[in-house]
Design a protein around this ligand. Structure first.
Ligand SMILES: C[S@@+](CC[C@H](N)C(=O)[O-])C[C@H]1O[C@@H](n2cnc3c(N)ncnc32)[C@H](O)[C@@H]1O
Length: 255
């Protein structure tokens, strides 16, 4: 995925709010990203949340801590986060524009660094973590929504030879982390209507790696072919809604 186009796409989207999409989630195990952060933090902790989007989840789900610094490379996302922050006047959180691949923090600073569904540079994270600091990641893996990707013959990481989880694991190991724990998380999402599922696919990089820009007007348009979409919907309609199998991974590692 070309980083410049991905940046432009996130700037266009400007938030990571899915509250208008109606769906339910069933998960095979009890993993919860924010519960894990809560386990490792206390009221004095200094936490860094990478690729925070419009801060929607950091504001509503991060545990109370001494201070949370939440970053994103998209200034538009950070603008949204600062607007959202007004609804959480007591939260100790500061939003900063920063590229995860070019982190500008001093060494040995943070007690916890979290990254949910965003790109990371394990070595830079290692450097910024305090001694004994903890890295907590939740990522979207290659086989996420695999049936959809197979049907459309494309999608996030569709052609990758090494899965995203394996690459992150290797990078984290090579960066010097110890005590690395990795697990797969399987979720079944049920979308109430076709429009709800379509809204997800139009907003996220599941079927669209955000790499194509329309050079005539310098914007991006996600195209979801009707016939393939209908094929998927017809096969996956259930009494709970239209089923989408999500394959995520979680990594917790100590410096
Ligand atoms: C899928 S969203 C996840 C947002 C949030 N972490 C969540 O879980 O709701 C990915 C976010 O990562 C940001 N992002 C992508 N590449 C980045 C980079 N190189 N540096 C910083 N942020 C990045 C995007 O702008 C976007 O807001």
């Amino acid at each position: 995925m070309e980083k410049r186009n991905e940046f432009k796409r996130y700037e266009e989207i400007g938030n990571w709010d899915f509250s208008n999409i109606k769906y339910t989630v069933e998960q095979e195990n009890s993993w919860d990203f924010y519960n894990e952060i809560a386990k490792y933090s206390n009221s004095n902790s200094l936490i860094l949340d990478l690729g925070t989007g419009g801060g929607e989840k950091a504001l509503s789900q991060m545990p109370d801590a001494g201070m949370i610094i939440a970053t994103d490379f998209s200034p538009k996302m950070i603008e949204t986060a600062n607007i959202n922050k007004k609804n959480y006047p007591n939260k100790h959180i500061k939003f900063v524009t920063m590229d995860n691949l070019n982190m500008k923090f001093p060494n040995d600073l943070f007690d916890i660094i979290s990254a949910r569904h965003t790109i990371i540079d394990a070595k830079q994270i290692y450097n910024c973590l305090a001694p004994s600091g903890v890295l907590i990641i939740e990522g979207v893996d290659k086989y996420d929504c695999w049936e959809l990707k197979e049907l459309f013959k494309r999608g996030q990481a569709y052609k990758d030879e090494i899965s995203i989880s394996q690459k992150d694991y290797d990078d984290i190991k090579n960066a010097g982390f110890s005590d690395i724990n990795i697990q797969e998380i399987i979720q079944y999402e049920y979308y109430q209507t076709e429009d709800d599922l379509l809204a997800l696919l139009l907003k996220t990089p599941i079927l669209d790696d955000f790499s194509e820009l329309d050079i005539s007007n310098n914007t991006h348009k996600t195209i979801i072919e009707d016939d393939l979409f209908n094929q998927y919907v017809n096969k996956h309609k259930t009494s709970k809604g239209i089923e989408l199998k999500r394959v995520l991974y979680a990594i917790i590692a100590k410096k």
